[in-house]
Design a protein around this ligand. Structure first.
Ligand SMILES: Nc1ncnc2c1ncn2[C@@H]1O[C@H](COP(=O)(O)OP(=O)(O)O)[C@@H](O)[C@H]1O
Ligand SMILES: [Mg+2]
Length: 388
């Protein structure tokens, strides 16, 4: 079993790029951008390594597009610096940066066919006619649009337009490709297929991708690392697994995935083992290797799938003196989602818990029903301790 402590140590190497890569491809240093007094990007710093697939994840209006536009050169930061390969690019015009941006709206030229849309930016990139022809052929191959090269945008489906925009953005072989919600206009199935294709494409080309999305599943599936943004700031930058299993703030825990948040006070700390008095769920034990916390007000975050249910609780070590936390309650709601069922448990102590259980058998022999009294149990390792 992987424990919380294993996760922290295993992946810490992935978030300590200073050791592995001395110069990041992109360095954003304390960048701020305001619009008439409104702070859209607020002193944001971030390093992105060459070859990384990085996702900026955050709710609408948190400043994702503004940040990308500054990287592309369409907006100028009020303060801070943007370095590409160690060089400040403030004075470099957008079309001279080795950076290309694929817009959320695709921004295709309606009067140009697929081929001319793709070759548009190549004409003033100093390529010969032959050079342009071979680059366009390569791009058409890459996005599988060979058969449609003479069509105009209005004769294409949403997925096909997305590919043209992608081919156009990649045609000049940028070092850094910025993609602003590139899949938002596609339906669910096509979006999932395109995610897989984008991952494969990025691996094949080795180009650094920075993708903006408000869809956490998309960010988790595609990215090597994710930066979670809120109100113009980065809340946490981490691998998808770290973000989900070891969120650093309550906000991140709640934004990325479903979570139970239980407030409490630390009453005892014995090494990694914290005893936490909670109002809604009684006394719980958490394993917490990070901060000394005795006496402090904290919040425990427990993912619903980490909670198990039983009619009578684990056979040994019931209660909080043993290795497991166990709390009793009554099922108040059952959500059947096919692969999973989500149970809401009204605890005898007064709080509520959500538990997600895989439906591993066709017959509902293991299911619980509303009104049933159950024991919910979970390991101390599965409780993330967060500041309140
Ligand atoms: N040109 C602009 N003028 C004024 N306000 C802007 C401008 N561009 C963006 N904003 C504001 O800045 C905030 C961040 O916008 P944006 O970067 O587009 O967010 P996101 O892409 O995360 O949805 C929003 O509140 C938006 O209204
Ligand atoms: Mg946006």
């Amino acid at each position: 079993m992987t424990t919380f402590a294993d996760i922290s140590t295993d992946e810490s190497a992935a978030t300590a790029p200073a050791v592995a890569y001395p110069t990041p491809l992109l360095r954003i240093e304390a960048v701020t951008k305001t619009f008439g007094g409104f702070v859209a990007v607020d002193g944001l710093s971030l390093d992105i390594q060459a070859g990384e697939f990085f996702a900026l994840l955050g709710p609408s209006g948190c400043g994702k597009t503004t940040l990308l536009r500054m990287l592309a050169g369409f907006e100028t930061p009020d303060s801070g610096r943007i370095l590409l390969d160690g060089t400040d690019i403030a004075a470099v015009l957008p079309h001279q940066r080795p950076v290309n941006m694929m817009f959320q709206s695709y921004a295709l030229f309606p009067h140009l066919n697929v081929r001319d849309n793709i070759s548009f930016g190549l004409k003033n990139a100093g390529l010969t006619r032959l050079g342009i022809d071979s680059r366009v052929a390569e791009m058409l191959d890459l996005v599988k649009l060979n058969d449609l090269q003479t069509r105009r945008p209005h004769q294409l489906s949403g997925g096909q337009k997305q590919r043209v925009a992608l081919a156009r953005a990649l045609a000049r072989r940028p070092q850094l490709l910025l993609l602003d919600e590139p899949l938002a206009a596609l339906d669910k199935k096509l979006r999932e297929e395109t995610q897989t294709e984008l991952i494969a494409l990025q691996r094949r080309l080795g180009t650094t991708f920075v993708i903006v999305t408000h869809d956490q599943d998309e960010a988790m599936k595609m990215a090597d690392r994710i930066g979670v943004m809120s109100h113009g700031r980065l809340e946490q930058v981490a691998t998808p697994r770290q973000l989900y299993e070891a969120p650093e703030t309550r906000w991140v825990a709640g934004f990325v995935g479903d979570v139970n948040l239980i407030e409490g006070e630390v009453t005892l700390q014995d090494g990694y083992r914290l005893t936490v008095a909670t109002a809604g769920a009684g006394t719980l034990i958490a394993a917490e290797p990070r901060q000394p916390l005795a006496g402090s007000a904290i919040c425990l975050a427990i993912r619903p799938e980490k909670i198990r249910l039983a009619r009578r609780g684990p056979a040994v070590e019931r209660g909080h003196t043993g290795a497991m936390n166990s709390v009793e309650g009554t099922v108040s709601e059952v959500g059947y989602l096919g692969g999973l069922s989500v149970y809401r448990i009204k605890l005898d102590h007064g709080g509520t818990l959500r538990a997600a259980l895989a439906n591993t058998a066709r017959l509902d022999v293991d299911a619980y029903s509303v009104g049933q009294h159950v024991v919910a149990w979970f390991a101390p390792d599965d409780c993330v301790v967060l500041p309140r």
